[in-house]
Design a protein around this ligand. Structure first.
Ligand code: ASP
Ligand code: MG
Length: 406
């Protein structure tokens, strides 16, 4: 009867209200009855984390990161307790734990802590007593007992890390959509669910705006080869498998189109073209904890050049202030800002062996009279920064162009 261990993670929308929590409990119990050992990771109910972030902002617009972790980690503590109660109601044994209680040890970079190690003894002990173990997602604790969180969407990481540590046979990520799609189905009605996708493609898609899984968690899954199944908590349908290699009948060049509207663009004009200037600009930004994404430097005319880069909107006001200061310090010109941008990307491992994807992408955007403001590439993706108002048109056009609607 003993079938091995499954880690199941339920996102906020899967536990948004009483009925949904009861549904999750039913699903978990049905797996238990099939003979699986279960470790269940839960996110905070619905939009709790966003609400807590907002609340903190009203108290102090620049809250301490340590206190932020203290606050945000409460969301998951609520869900695990409620889920345990719901499972008890169904007559099964279950026990809930915080990240600290099950020994998820992290470094001390608050709000984006990294997991150092997991002491899974406590979980194993409870599993051996036949209990369903429920663990609060998104949180850990430092060696000096400070509560930390693992970055937004971090419950995925908790689940993947536990699956690795406990040698689970599968890590199921339950969400409110049926899996990973070729494009956001809310934008492109013809988007299709992908049956299987590689870690690399998923990582690229997650980093480029597909919101279903936290990018960091995919990185860890890839590193330790943890098989993931992303699926809906509202149906029993097969979702998307995320695995090392996907054997496809026919060549797939592009696997999906992603859209990211969370960035803004800053341009520093007339930057003196001499060694050390870029180091100065980006050194200052990184020193302030601002991560820069796409960077473009133009060719220089008359020993001056323009440098454009994108940052997360959340860090935009900090970044623009700093850019203005650095610009005047190095004798550069105006600093321009554009918050109405979007990044549209095409992703696919098949690109490595098929030339012409970039040309196809640019051509498609041109046909729709969409101007490309910045371009960046990796070996399995091409991204363009465009005006935000063209975002949907671009996604639909590229979805069609690369034959993803079929
Ligand atoms: N509740 C946290 C968040 O919203 C963690 C998660 O949902 O995975 O970011
Ligand atoms: Mg969440």
């Amino acid at each position: 009867m003993h079938k091995g261990l499954i880690v199941q993670k339920f996102g906020g929308s899967s536990v948004a209200d009483v009925k949904r929590i009861q549904n999750v409990a039913k699903r978990v119990v049905s797996y238990k009855k099939k003979g699986y050992d279960l470790v269940v990771v839960v996110s905070a109910l619905g939009d709790t984390t966003d609400e807590l972030v907002e609340l903190a902002g009203k108290i102090n617009p620049e809250p301490s990161e340590r206190e932020m972790d203290m606050l945000l980690s409460t969301g998951e503590q609520i869900s695990v307790a409620l889920l345990a109660m719901a499972i008890h109601k169904l007559g099964q044994e279950a026990i809930s734990f915080t990240g600290a209680q099950v020994g998820i040890i992290t470094d001390s970079s608050h709000t984006r802590a990294r997991i150092i190690k997991i002491n899974a003894d406590k979980i194993k002990e409870e599993l051996s007593k036949g209990k369903i173990v429920i663990v609060a997602g998104f949180q850990g604790v430092t060696l000096t007992h400070d509560i930390t969180t693992l970055g937004r969407g971090g419950s995925d990481l908790t689940a993947v890390a536990l699956a690795k540590e406990l040698l689970a046979c599968e890590c199921e990520i339950y969400t409110d959509v049926e899996g990973i799609y070729t494009a956001d189905p809310r934008i492109e009605r013809k988007a299709r669910k992908i049956n299987a996708i590689t870690y690399d493609e998923m990582l690229e898609m997650a980093s480029l705006g597909a919101q279903v899984m936290q990018a960091r968690s995919v990185e860890v899954a890839k590193k330790f080869n943890v098989p993931i199944h992303v699926r809906s908590s509202f149906s029993n349908n097969q979702g998307t498998l995320i695995i090392k290699e996907v054997k496809r009948m026919e060549d797939v060049v592009v696997s999906g189109i992603t859209l990211d509207k969370t960035e803004a663009k800053i341009t520093i004009c007339n930057v003196p073209d001499r060694p050390g200037v870029a180091a100065k600009i980006f050194g200052e930004l990184s020193g302030a904890g601002i991560s820069v994404d796409m960077i473009v430097q133009n060719v220089s005319h008359l020993r001056q050049t323009d440098i454009s880069f994108t940052v997360k909107k959340a860090e935009f006001s900090k970044a623009i202030k700093l850019a203005k200061r650095v610009a005047s310090g190095i004798g550069a010109g105006d600093v321009l800002e554009d918050v109405d941008i979007a990044r549209v990307s095409v992703v696919g491992v098949g690109m490595k062996s098929h030339p012409g994807v970039a040309a196809g992408m640019f051509d498609t955007l041109a046909k729709h009279k969409i101007n490309i403001e910045m371009i960046s590439t990796s070996d399995i993706s091409i991204s363009c920064i465009i005006k935000r108002k063209f975002a949907k048109t671009a996604v639909r056009a590229l979805h069609e162009k690369f034959g993803l609607s079929k």
